[in-house]
Write a new protein. Structure first.
Length: 396
């Protein structure tokens, strides 16, 4: 099992300069290699990371300052670029872009000493670190990064040789449905509602004041740098508060012994963020980070994460009788079913429906032939009708 451990670094002045040189050189190599890949892509030529590594000696002759850097870190940038192109072709994650990177990777030949609280990096030397927790296993890639507030961190990927636990069996009784929102961060199918802390919204006035002060300082002056640093520190504090909240919440949900499976919606967060009225609120909730933490923590705990299709009308369907309320507006938070007269809380009803839809779809997969069981869990119940519509459209 792979786990990442993040530690704070305390480099001296010379080491800070060396770290920034590595970052700038790695950024230069990444953008240079991306340019070569784009040219090869336009000419329909396949250029792998090994082909890009062969260009590094010539690039070092033209730029002597590249020779001062760790060669493996430069080669690692080509590996990152190659994996970015693979994601683009396989998963349609978006074409790789030129970057202003604030980090660099060290694939090997680094040492961690827990007795002296120091980490040795090639071409940089021994750096003081706050090694607040120990790990055991084979060390993989280490990534050194610098925050906008001027803090240095190292993230070490460790393989502890442990296998992920097999997912346990689950049914409707031990499945938890989660509906995310803006007013309440999450509503659970058991009726529990988790308030949205809204860390960004609570500090917007302070951010505006600090940004206004920074804009009035003379450009490229020390006072302007100090003012921008105050803004960066406040944004970093908001980010830390949000991540702390998400880690505590996801750990609590996944660690609950009653929850052997967790059902969520497969939301189009990027598309929802294009709504100018809700974009800031959606960004402040960090749903993507919440879902990603649930995903890897479920794997660690041997639990199953189920995803319901984004086109399922979870809020409009009565969780008791299944009647669809097509007149339900986003402003309506409570409604009564016209058929069974059950009064629903919109969010609780949606969470229960997410749980039901996920359980029903999982049952369909388990009852299907073996050759069809590889269908992704997040497939919607409306997927078949959508396929028919596409086939009908293509047949015109």
């Amino acid at each position: 099992m792979l786990k990442a451990y993040k530690f704070r670094l305390y480099p001296n002045k010379e080491q800070k300069i060396s770290i920034m040189k590595h970052i700038n050189c790695c950024r230069y190599v990444y953008n240079f290699s991306l340019e070569q890949k784009i040219r090869a892509y336009e000419l329909d030529i396949n250029m792998t990371q090994y082909d890009l590594n062969k260009l590094l000696p010539k690039l070092k002759k033209k730029n002597e300052w590249l020779k001062e850097m760790n060669s493996q870190s430069l080669q690692q940038e080509n590996a990152h670029l190659d994996s970015a192109f693979k994601r683009f072709f396989r998963e349609k994650k978006g074409f790789p872009k030129f970057k202003s990177k604030k980090s660099f990777s060290v694939p090997q030949n680094y040492e961690v000493d827990f007795t002296t609280n120091k980490i040795k990096l090639p071409k940089i030397g021994l750096i003081k670190a706050k090694l607040h927790r120990k790990f055991k296993g084979k060390m993989k890639t280490a990534t050194v990064s610098v925050t906008p507030t001027g803090k240095y961190f190292i993230s070490i990927l460790v393989d502890d040789n442990k296998k992920l636990p097999k997912p346990k069996k689950f049914d409707k009784n031990n499945t938890l449905g989660i509906d995310v929102g803006i007013e309440h961060f999450a509503t659970l199918s058991n009726g529990e509602k988790i308030d949205n802390p809204k860390y960004l919204k609570s500090k917007l006035d302070r951010i505006k004041i600090l940004q206004k002060r920074a804009s009035k300082k003379q450009k490229n002056s020390k006072n302007r740098i100090k003012a921008n640093l105050r803004v960066a520190k406040l944004y970093k504090k908001i980010n830390n508060q949000r991540r702390d909240f998400l880690h505590k919440l996801t750990t609590k949900i996944v660690s609950d012994s009653e929850n052997q499976a967790i059902a969520i919606e497969n939301l189009n967060i990027q598309g929802m963020s294009k709504n100018h009225h809700l974009a800031r609120s959606i960004t402040d909730t960090s749903w993507y980070e919440f879902f990603s933490q649930l995903e890897y923590k479920c794997k660690w705990k041997g639990k199953t994460l189920l995803k319901v299709g984004r086109f399922e009308p979870t809020s409009k369907i009565c969780s008791v009788c299944g009647t669809v309320n097509n007149e339900l507006d986003l402003s309506i938070r409570e409604w009564t079913c016209a058929n069974c007269k059950t009064k629903h809380d919109r969010d609780v009803n949606a969470a229960i429906n997410i749980k039901k839809f996920a359980s029903q779809h999982q049952n369909l997969i388990s009852e299907a032939p073996k050759e069809l069981r590889g269908v992704p869990v997040e497939m919607s119940a409306l997927a078949e009708s959508a396929k028919q519509e596409v086939a009908h459209f293509n047949g015109r």
